[in-house]
Design a protein around this ligand. Structure first.
Ligand SMILES: Nc1ncnc2c1ncn2[C@@H]1O[C@H](COP(=O)(O)OP(=O)(O)O)[C@@H](O)[C@H]1O
Ligand SMILES: [Mg+2]
Length: 324
């Protein structure tokens, strides 16, 4: 990725929540990544691994315990509040449950129009015109803008959520399981709306899902999280067809394949450990099915480039050159 194409950079971003007496819950632990303009990065991992928290950190809905977040060369955590207010709308999050994130007492016009008023777009008529334009972009009938959220279906509500995010003219959209609560038949439509808008406005996106097969269809690169850390990161095709981390391999083996012999699923032993008691050494070693070396239980592996642009945090991951 060329450095001038980088939109957002996260460096060592960490979020610890207090969890009782001198204990902390390590929701996100030392995550570093970059997102290029117009790029879609898929973020995947089991429930509880820190995807939503990382998404919120990256669009400043949550304050990191440590780490830096840079947007277009600006250090977002060390600028005056008024400058931050200006920049914040460039990062927008779309949530899993559109109903919970839409105010039930407001009409669609008020909901989608609110960011426009904040952007000091003046005049009722101009705001209405823009709201109607936004609703059209997400495939909703503008004549229904006087209705309330409960009068729409789940898929339509997600479209409203997308229109609201677009109203801010963002450069990065963080979509947190945007189709997980929708009927399968509707999921593809919503994904298509997101893809079309991304292409049209050259938007970068972080697409969060617990389902690696969903992110594989929409992402250029994929980041795999385990217990607060990114354990694998690389071009989507490489991560899917040549995974380097044993955890990624296990996630992929659980995906049903159409028209192919189903390889035996790699079932991970035990439950995912609590983020309050992260295992020493490699945090995955308590569930790893590979033959381990001493380091696995003693040293935390960092992300290492094992193929071109393809990184894995595993003591046992070998680069192509080392294998041959
Ligand atoms: N506000 C919070 N306070 C305390 N713990 C939290 C908070 N938000 C998330 N967590 C914890 O952080 C961990 C990661 O959660 P989350 O980011 O929601 O994961 P995911 O989206 O991958 O399911 C979980 O153990 C969750 O319980
Ligand atoms: Mg989540």
């Amino acid at each position: 990725m060329s450095s001038d194409g980088v939109l957002l950079t996260a460096a060592h971003v960490t979020k610890h929540f207090p969890a009782g007496k001198r204990r902390v819950l390590r929701a996100v632990d030392d995550v570093s990544l970059e997102i290029a303009r117009g790029e879609t990065l898929g973020l995947v991992g089991e429930s509880g691994c820190g995807k939503t928290t990382l998404g919120k950190l990256l669009c400043l809905l949550e304050e990191p315990t440590r780490g830096e977040i840079w947007l277009d060369g600006t250090d977002l955590l060390h600028i005056p509040p008024n400058e931050l207010r200006e920049l914040r709308p460039r990062l927008q999050m779309i949530f899993q449950d559109p109903f919970a994130s839409l105010n039930p007492h407001k009409t669609i016009e008020q909901i989608v129009g609110l960011p426009l008023r904040i952007k000091s777009l003046r005049g009722k008529a101009r705001i209405r015109e823009r709201v109607h334009e936004l609703l059209g972009m997400v495939g909703l009938d503008p004549s229904q803008s006087g209705r309330f959220p409960h009068q729409f279906s789940g898929g339509q509500r997600q479209r409203i959520g997308i229109a609201r995010a677009l109203a801010c003219e963002p450069e990065l959209i963080i979509a947190d399981e945007p189709v997980a609560s929708l009927d399968v038949s509707i999921q593809a439509q919503i994904l298509q709306v997101l893809r079309d808008l991304q292409a049209r406005f050259h938007l970068a996106a972080i697409f969060i899902s617990h389902d690696i097969s969903v992110v594989s269809h929409v992402s250029q690169r994929i980041a795999v999280m385990y217990l607060g850390r990114v354990v694998e990161l690389g071009p989507a095709q490489d991560v899917i067809y040549d995974p380097k981390h044993p955890y990624t391999r296990a996630l992929l083996s659980a995906v049903p394949r159409v028209g192919e012999a189903q390889p035996e699923a790699t079932l991970l032993p035990g439950d995912i450990p609590s983020p309050i008691a992260v295992p020493r050494g490699c945090r995955f070693h308590t569930r790893c099915y590979l033959e381990q070396v001493t380091e696995c239980g003693t040293g935390e592996p960092g992300l290492r480039e094992v193929a071109n642009g393809h990184f894995a945090a595993c003591h046992l991951a070998r680069s192509k050159a080392a294998e041959s």
